[in-house]
Design a protein around this ligand. Sequence first.
Ligand SMILES: *[C@@H]1O[C@H](CO)[C@@H](O)[C@H](O)[C@H]1NC(C)=O
Ligand SMILES: *[C@@H]1O[C@H](CO)[C@@H](O)[C@H](O)[C@H]1NC(C)=O
Ligand SMILES: *[C@@H]1O[C@H](CO)[C@@H](O)[C@H](O)[C@H]1NC(C)=O
Ligand SMILES: *[C@@H]1O[C@H](CO)[C@@H](O)[C@H](O)[C@H]1NC(C)=O
Ligand SMILES: *[C@@H]1O[C@H](CO)[C@@H](O)[C@H](O)[C@H]1NC(C)=O
Ligand SMILES: *[C@@H]1O[C@H](CO)[C@@H](O)[C@H](O)[C@H]1NC(C)=O
Length: 286
Amino acid sequence: MKSTARRRNSRSLDLLLLILAVATGVNGLQNVSVDIPEAVAVGSTVNLTCRYDLQGDVLYAVKWYKGKDEFYRYLPKEMPPISTFGDFKHKIIESRSDAHKVTLVDVTSDLDGKYKCEVTNDLPNFHTLQTSKYMHVAHLPVGGPEVLVEKQRYAVGEIVKANCTTPSGNPPANITWTVNGHLLNSTILKNIQAENDNFSSTYALLEYEITQDSYRNGRVQITCHANVFQLYKRDASIHIDEEKPRLASVLGTRDSPQTKAGAVKNKIAQSLIVMLVVNSIQQVLR
Ligand SMILES: *[C@@H]1O[C@H](CO)[C@@H](O)[C@H](O)[C@H]1NC(C)=O
Ligand SMILES: *[C@@H]1O[C@H](CO)[C@@H](O)[C@H](O)[C@H]1NC(C)=O
Ligand SMILES: *[C@@H]1O[C@H](CO)[C@@H](O)[C@H](O)[C@H]1NC(C)=O
Ligand SMILES: *[C@@H]1O[C@H](CO)[C@@H](O)[C@H](O)[C@H]1NC(C)=O
Ligand SMILES: *[C@@H]1O[C@H](CO)[C@@H](O)[C@H](O)[C@H]1NC(C)=O
Ligand SMILES: *[C@@H]1O[C@H](CO)[C@@H](O)[C@H](O)[C@H]1NC(C)=O
């Protein structure tokens, strides 16, 4: 009688502990995270990694989804443990995939999307945790940007009109400008994204007012930087020369004190106008 009561007590204690463990999450599966690149280039190989801490629990299943569709399942109790499903199952290299990793080869545009890893531990808890991340698949531009200006020489007060074009890609490259190495204030850049385009080149226009401070030893360097995520970074620069009054050039005052002062100040005119226009050129995909 006494011992039954104690057993009952100990059982309800176990139950209480289990409820506590589940409720507080102190025991068992924790810290599910994914390591997925923000972007990859078409044709590349990618590892999708799912990290988790079972804290002594037994793994029941790891499932991977793209959007709502499951494409990979790892069940350690099954033989073989790996099952693959859906449209891109032929992209999965099973010999390089396991309970933490799925390796995809020859990535194509249709693999662009949100990837989710879902981990479930075994009885008695059957706790499931999941986490996801978006992976972009990019067609990178072939070749670098090209920057053009109207003329070679500009006088103080004139407005330089430069444009920059990147070869087409998907998504289109982002363009930023620097003048003498200083990034132009991005709050005055307008980024117009074309909709429903598969392949676009980016066309950007710069209108920059030359001041005395712009010139460093009589020159201004204007650079167009094109990038697609962390995958593609190219730039193109042009130099423009100071248009001086005839007398000054006869006297050879290229390094006049005034110009030097300007170079030392090394300051970019705040009175610049930048317009970034993204122009889309639709192309036919093969
Ligand atoms: C889970 O992650 C948190 C924060 O990164 C860390 O403090 C904690 O130790 C991790 N828990 C386990 C069991 O690894
Ligand atoms: C994928 O992981 C394997 C090792 O598990 C490594 O050798 C390979 O370089 C990784 N591939 C990429 C694209 O990160
Ligand atoms: C870019 O600038 C150059 C030089 O000013 C000009 O000849 C060319 O037409 C411009 N390109 C476009 C697409 O406007
Ligand atoms: C950029 O422009 C905004 C708005 O004109 C201004 O508030 C900000 O201070 C500028 N930033 C820099 C670094 O000049
Ligand atoms: C082009 O983009 C549209 C809309 O974004 C999409 O429906 C279509 O499948 C894409 N075409 C190709 C060939 O990727
Ligand atoms: C372009 O820049 C925006 C804003 O920084 C960023 O969200 C986007 O991912 C970039 N796109 C590419 C293709 O790098």
